[in-house]
Ligand binder design. Structure first.
Ligand SMILES: [Zn+2]
Length: 274
């Protein structure tokens, strides 16, 4: 069992308490919002498995079944590829021990064409139901690949993060027994390198460096559960090993305002009853 540094909020500051946490993490929830099957492994695989192993509940919402991928694994139609990739997503999430994996049926490659309120409505409902303590997604740049679907997934997720906590947004959802939920923290995935030969992207500065330990190998295994994407495995593995056993994040929003500081735990300053 991995042990996490745990921080507790005092009056104005976090007081480091190096004890830890299976009991506390067991009450915490992490939500990850992505665009394509394989994003959960490539960008978030280390933290998903590590926090789950610590007892945290994890939810991954993937907005598309990835039916527009260039690598098609022999699929004869978009529909067939979508089915294959849904199974691969399930296999990857099993390796990452995701508590609540979910694929929505928005069209791959077309997120910029979707009606904003429709997607944000769906995500807001999921946030209000799962009630995460931490949300992770992509920044508007679209992560290291700069994929426009990643950008849109991050923008939709950031709006859902903000609006889920407000009593005047999507009020009809409250009739089904759910209530507003204010998630303490929102992070964007980021990196300290850029991929060569690509259009320029400006990544958010890393504010949290998370040591994923031996889950670098778990993450690579989860990525390789996406068999239709086998031609991407070598470039993925090369890039992910370049990052080493850490995943980098940018604190994009927090319910508790204040000056930012370097973190080594996404749940820093969060208590289970937040
Ligand atoms: Zn992707």
């Amino acid at each position: 069992m991995r042990h996490f540094a745990k921080y507790f909020v005092s009056e104005n500051d976090c007081t480091f308490r190096p004890s830890l946490s299976a009991t506390i993490l067991a009450m915490l929830r992490l939500m990850c919002i992505t665009a394509h099957p394989d994003d959960e492994a490539g960008s978030f695989g280390g933290i998903l498995r590590m926090y789950r192993d610590g007892g945290c509940e994890t939810c991954v919402i993937c907005l598309t079944p990835g039916q527009a991928a260039s690598h098609r694994g022999g699929a004869k139609s978009d529909q067939e590829l979508a089915q294959m990739r849904k199974q691969e997503f399930a296999a990857s999430c099993a390796i990452l021990r995701v508590s609540r994996p979910m694929i929505l049926d928005y069209p791959d490659g077309q997120l910029y064409r979707q009606e904003l309120n429709r997607v944000v409505y769906d995500l807001t409902r999921e946030v209000r139901q799962f009630r995460p303590h931490v949300m992770v997604t992509y920044g508007p740049e679209g992560g290291v690949t700069g994929h426009p679907d990643h950008s849109l997934a991050g923008i939709f997720a950031a709006l859902a993060y903000q609006w889920a906590g407000r009593g005047n947004r999507y009020r009809d959802q409250f009739s089904s027994g759910i209530s507003p939920h204010r998630t303490p923290k929102l992070y964007y995935s980021t990196a300290d390198f850029s991929m060569t030969g690509r259009q320029p992207i400006s990544l958010a500065p890393a504010t949290a460096v998370i040591d994923i330990g031996n889950h670098l190998e778990t993450k690579i295994a989860a990525f390789k559960a996406h068999k239709t994407q086998a031609p991407l495995w070598p470039v993925f593995e090369e890039n992910v090993r370049k990052r080493g056993a850490s995943e980098l994040f940018h604190l994009a929003a927090a319910a508790q305002p204040g000056l930012g500081k370097a973190e080594t735990d996404l749940f820093e300053c969060i208590e289970e009853n937040d």
